[in-house]
Design a protein around this ligand. Structure first.
Ligand code: NDP
Length: 287
């Protein structure tokens, strides 16, 4: 058996196309151009690539994109002041601070992210949006897990009643994924570094989500034959080689469907950001 490969490009194109249509409607009906501000502090090369991709996607879809580049030496106070300025700017509907922040201000990450107006919080990290997700009234949801759900829907893969196992419990991926899958009536098990007998649990999964940041950790014998495998991991193992958290070559023989790395979930994340900008605009203009 060889699994169906779930290429992110196809699904990302569909998500972006529906965002583009919504943006056109918003422009025509309300005379509003959606605006996204991305703040990047310092010169992390990976962050610069992510920010460029976000900017490019905005331009493709007709979103006004503002990249705010701040030096490595930026203080917490300066960054908070910039967020306040963007919160007050009516032409900006979405704000995100590219992570990770430089070491000097990294420990203030929560305080900094919490300063973003929840209505403009297109990363969905603000406690108010997290609370809404947990209580089942989601507005702005973290892009990566939301993209995974969107992909399953677009691929016609059912979630209701399935046993989903997530490896990883971060605020960015694992925890929101739990709530999104549970809201869609999956039975969800969340594993982490203290989980005992991990392989026994993952072998029970109809849908296995690997979000641990450990290169090729999930081997074929950890996957139930016919399972759907979503590999969120992005790990650089050589200067030019990225791999996921799943041993793709082996897993593809066991799973019924699997996302590749690169070319899988990563592309969905940016597409979902565009969708979140549309949601944020609608919230703000009452559309
Ligand atoms: P974190 O480091 O924040 O979390 C990793 C999680 O995996 C933790 O909950 C950790 O457990 C768990 N874990 C680590 N080792 C093991 C193990 N041996 N067994 C079981 N669980 C383990 O990572 P993120 O959630 O931020 O990211 C995860 C991966 O996804 C990374 O590779 C990252 O690059 C990628 N990523 C990809 C995105 C995309 O767009 N495709 C977006 C965001 C992330 P514990 O809590 O106990 O420490």
């Amino acid at each position: 058996m060889s699994a169906k490969i779930l290429y992110g490009k196809e699904f990302a194109a569909q998500i972006k196309e529906s965002a583009r249509i919504e943006i056109e409607k918003i422009k025509n009906k309300f005379n509003v151009t959606p605006g996204l501000a991305v703040i990047i502090v310092g010169e992390n090369p990976a962050s610069q690539v992510y920010v460029r991709n976000k900017h490019k996607s905005c331009e493709e879809l007709g979103i006004k994109s503002v990249v705010v580049e701040m030096p490595e030496s930026t203080t917490k106070k300066e960054l908070l002041a910039k967020i306040d300025e963007l919160n007050a700017d009516k032409t900006i509907h979405g704000i995100l601070v590219q992570l990770p922040l430089p070491n000097a201000i990294k420990s203030y990450s929560d305080e900094i992210l919490n300063r973003i107006d929840p209505m403009k919080d297109v990363d969905g990290f603000h406690p108010m949006n997290v609370g809404k997700l947990v209580t089942g009234t989601p507005a702005l949801v973290p892009c990566t897990p939301a993209g995974c759900i969107e992909m399953l829907d677009l691929a016609g893969i059912p979630i209701d009643g399935k046993h989903a196992v997530i490896i990883g419990r971060s605020n960015i991926v694992g925890k929101p994924m739990l709530h999104l899958l549970m809201a869609r009536h999956a039975t969800v098990t969340v594993c982490h570094s203290h989980t005992k007998h991990l392989a026994e649990i993952t072998r029970e999964a109809d849908i296995l989500v690997a979000a641990m940041g450990k290169p090729q950790f999930v081997k074929a014998d950890m996957i139930k034959p016919g399972a759907v495998v979503i590999d969120v991991g992005i790990n650089r193992i050589e200067p030019k080689k990225l791999v996921g958290d799943v041993d793709f070559e082996a897993a593809v023989e066991v799973a019924s469907a699997i996302t590749p790395v690169p070319g899988g979930v990563g592309l969905l994340t940016v597409a979902m950001l565009m969708k979140n900008v549309v949601t944020a605009v609608k919230l703000q203009i009452g559309a």
